[in-house]
Design a protein around this ligand. Structure first.
Ligand SMILES: *Cc1c(COP(=O)(O)O)cnc(C)c1O
Length: 350
């Protein structure tokens, strides 16, 4: 007998982005600017009633999002970050150890973790040679055991998108009895007209659920709030498996204020759209392999150079995010921060 279930020994540990005083942090895809003043004021106001439990049903934020997205409130589930919503999706779909969660790899680190915690089986399908989801291989990997398919577009950590055509092909192949989650954490950074926009596919596909977050473009990573949009059946299930009061009053108030302040917050995304082209072009000129990105980060396919490159960046006071011996993900930030990273990348190997 062991105190703790033995499979946890093999659980892939989530590696948080490192914080080192004085260093530029490009490891977690955050926006480097703080929340705007009206958002901070709303959070402070909510803090004044910090002695009270939050609204369990997250009524105000759900209604505000319903208006913002143009969907019924019964189709929105709010969660303690979209990572927690991923975990809730596993809990809502998988019961037997043979139940499978299917996703591309390499993709978001949280997917294998929440799958294993949920006691389900991990099934992965390799990205293609262009670091993109191979939706046909994913469709072929669906078995009678598949309960949940997670698609990440833009994909973390490679920045590539799934197109609308590819997503429709995948949904058609998967059929209506398997839940398909489309993780759009970087939705606000997408400007490729061919990229999928999950909201536009929801009406035709009751088995589709779209995940979005306030952690990136809306600058509220510390508050932990994200949302899922799907059919009332799926949303009801997500609400059932949500741990009570997990979305704090500060998160609820901050997210509403962030939506109210979108006009002030989102221009920093527009700057990223131009910076990511500049950063990628400079890296390509320096000889790196970098897929086109539709997000606020770039992927450097460094293979066995990954650890050495990441250590070199750290020596230059730039924190990047290494992934085993696959590559390094680097947040595209403000121009000065990007310049510091590019200087490090250009001096690597000198
Ligand atoms: C950052 C990110 C999220 C956001 O997670 P939160 O829990 O909402 O902070 C979700 N999915 C992916 C792929 C991400 O990169």
């Amino acid at each position: 007998m062991t105190l703790i279930r033995p499979d946890l020994d093999t659980l892939p540990a989530y590696v948080p982005g490192r914080a080192i005083p004085g260093a530029i942090k490009l490891a977690s895809n955050e926006v480097c600017l703080p929340p705007t003043a009206p958002v901070l004021a709303a959070i402070a106001e909510a803090a004044a009633t910090g002695n009270r439990y939050p609204d369990l049903a997250v009524t105000g934020l759900t209604a505000r999002l319903a208006g913002f997205l143009g969907v019924d409130a019964e189709r929105i589930a709010i969660g303690c970050g979209s990572v927690t919503l991923c975990q809730q999706l596993v809990q809502a779909t998988c019961l037997e150890p043979s139940d499978e969660v299917l996703f591309a790899w390499r993709s978001f680190e949280a997917y294998p973790i929440v799958t294993q915690i949920g006691g389900a089986t991990i099934r992965t399908v390799a990205l293609d040679a262009d670091f993109r989801h191979d939706v046909d291989a994913m469709a072929a990997a669906v078995t009678p055991h598949t309960r949940l398919v997670i698609v990440c577009s833009p994909n973390n950590p490679t920045g590539t998108v799934v197109t609308r055509d590819e997503m429709e092909r995948l949904l058609a192949a998967v059929g209506p009895d398997v839940l398909v989650a489309l993780d759009e954490a970087y939705y606000e950074y997408v400007n490729d007209p061919a990229a999928v926009d999950g909201m536009t596919l929801l009406d035709a596909h009751p088995n589709l659920v779209v995940l979005r977050t306030f952690s990136k473009a809306y600058r509220l990573a510390a508050l932990r709030v994200g949302y899922a949009v799907g059919s009332p059946e799926v949303v009801t299930a997500l609400r059932k498996v949500c741990s009570p009061f997990s979305v704090s009053s500060l998160a609820q108030a901050g997210a509403i204020a962030a939506l109210d302040n979108a006009a002030d917050l989102l221009p920093s995304c527009a700057e990223v759209l131009t910076e990511r082209i500049r950063v990628r072009d400079a890296l390509l000129s320096a000889g790196y392999t970098v897929p086109p990105t539709q997000s606020n980060f770039v992927w450097l396919a460094l293979g066995d150079q990954t650890a050495a490159f990441s250590a070199h960046c750290l020596d230059n006071k730039v924190i990047v995010r290494p992934f085993a011996s696959d590559g390094v993900r680097v947040t595209v930030s403000a121009p000065e921060e990007n310049d510091a990273f590019l200087a490090a990348a250009q001096s690597y190997g000198d």
